[in-house]
Design a protein around this ligand. Structure first.
Ligand code: GDP
Length: 439
């Protein structure tokens, strides 16, 4: 995410850090580079101009805090202004006190509306809500089917009526939700390739009929300034409450994320970061700025860990570690838990300082698959006491797991080393770096 922009800004700051005292000329030079980096990242030029002017004014005009070096002071200001650009506070969706809460998803075709209807439903369900998804995209026959398939996958009901118009379907869906005790209605509407009057007319009609508590615009981050223009049009035509910025996982530039709030006044409420149903994050401007500036995002990492790790299980695991009863079976369990947090590369990216170092390292998720296969090919006894695995057992396990004798040997050795380490740090955090198959 935003790697290109992040690298350039960090280069600039590295040069500043090399200087003991900063002259006005140093700051101006750095700001020229920041300006270029932002423009290359496809940030709106007016936004860039104002941003740079503000940072420059504050950097030169203010007394430097004693605890900070001059370079740190500039970085702090850049960070603060970046947070302000993206909206300062994180914005939640309006949940109505009188159910059902009606959420209308709008946006162009391909932006990720249908996918995000389901991701949003998944998130709300986790929060104890009972969502209903409504298929109002009647022009693309596959769209209704797509929503139904996703609904089955996440076990959320989908409302649709064959041969009916979208306004009527939306209207009926609210009645249906009321009768079934569904407390959030997520309406997936039709998209078009471009904004046109017909589309806006239909959305206005749906809005007037169902009076949504929340209109969320779904835009594709990878389209950069086009996403900002699309947001401007939708907002002026329809009045948008918030934005779901999708495909941030593929966005190396960050132009849309950094300009959309400043240009349209609409806050980004969620970020889509992958195709899986769990790949949706509430958008926190501070955390995003921190990631862009290479300072990691420890808070999101902790939240992900909390939602993936079950507390009781973690306590049991800690007990095992203390008593040194940690087996390869437990290890396999831990791997599954970590996998639930998302792709390894995106987890490591959130650790301060690690993202940059890993830039050129290709993390091979296959390695962890091999480790899994090897453990699964062992007998219960072998998993408990890997020391009994001599040559013939190694050969059998390698064959069973489709790996090599060397790989099996390496895993056992690493596991034994890990056990040794755990003896020293008994009670430490389970399942963190140093595990076989993990970089
Ligand atoms: P719609 O036409 O607006 O309903 O768009 P879809 O929901 O059908 O999404 C279009 C494509 O984008 C699909 O292939 C999705 O899997 C993909 N997609 C949606 N959101 C994301 C995301 O956050 N990251 C990535 N990488 N792909 C996404």
């Amino acid at each position: 995410m935003f790697q290109g922009l992040s690298d350039k800004l960090q280069e600039t700051f590295k040069r500043l850090k090399g200087k003991g005292k900063l002259t006005e000329e140093d700051v101006s030079e750095a700001m020229r580079e920041v300006r270029m980096a932002l423009l290359e990242a496809d940030v709106n030029y007016k936004v860039v101009k104002e941003f740079v002017a503000k940072v420059k004014e504050r950097s030169i005009g203010q007394e430097v805090l004693e605890s900070l070096s001059p370079a740190q002071h500039v970085i702090k200001i850049v960070n603060e202004e970046m947070v302000a650009l993206m909206g300062s506070v994180s914005s939640k969706i309006n949940i109505s006190s009188k159910p059902p809460t009606v959420i209308l998803l709008v946006g162009l075709q391909g932006a990720g509306k249908t996918t995000h209807a389901a991701k949003l439903a998944t998130l709300l369900k986790k929060q104890g809500k009972h969502p209903l998804m409504v298929a109002c995209d009647i022009y693309r026959p596959a769209a209704v089917k797509q929503l139904q398939v996703l609904g089955e996958q996440i076990k959320v009901p989908v409302f649709s009526i064959d041969g009916e118009n979208p306004v009527k379907i939306a209207q009926e869906s609210i009645r249906h939700a009321n009768s079934q005790g569904q407390d959030v209605v997520i309406i997936d509407t039709a998209g078009r390739l471009h904004i046109n009057e017909e589309l806006m007319g239909e959305l206005r009609d749906i809005k007037a009929t169902v009076r949504p508590h929340e209109i969320l615009l779904v835009v594709d981050a990878m389209t950069g300034q086009d996403a900002v223009n699309v947001a401007e049009s939708f907002h002026s035509e329809l009045g948008v409450d918030g934005i779901i910025l999708t495909k941030l996982d593929g966005d190396t530039r960050g132009g849309a994320a950094l300009s959309i709030k400043a240009v349209t006044g609409c806050p980004i409420k969620f970020a889509g970061i992958g195709e899986k149903m769990e790949a949706l994050e509430p958008f926190y401007p501070e955390r995003m700025a921190s990631r862009i500036l290479g300072m990691g995002d420890v808070l999101t990492l902790i939240e992900k860990a909390q939602s993936a790790f079950d507390e009781k299980q973690a306590r049991e695991m800690e007990q095992k570690l203390r008593k040194q009863e940690f087996t390869l079976d437990d290890f396999l369990d831990q791997m599954q838990q970590i996998k639930k947090m998302g792709p390894l590369s995106s987890i490591l990216e959130m650790i301060p300082g690690v993202g940059k170092q890993l830039k050129d390292v290709q993390i091979d998720e296959k390695d962890t698959a091999h480790v899994e296969a090897i453990i699964r090919s062992m007998t219960t006894e072998e998993r408990r006491k890997p020391a009994i695995i001599k040559d013939s057992r190694k050969r059998r396990i390698a064959k069973g797991s489709g790996t090599s004798i060397q790989e099996v040997g390496r895993l056992i050795k690493q596991f034994e080393q890990m056990q040794k380490m755990m003896k020293q740090f008994a009670g430490g955090m389970p399942g963190m770096p140093g595990m076989p198959g993990m970089p």
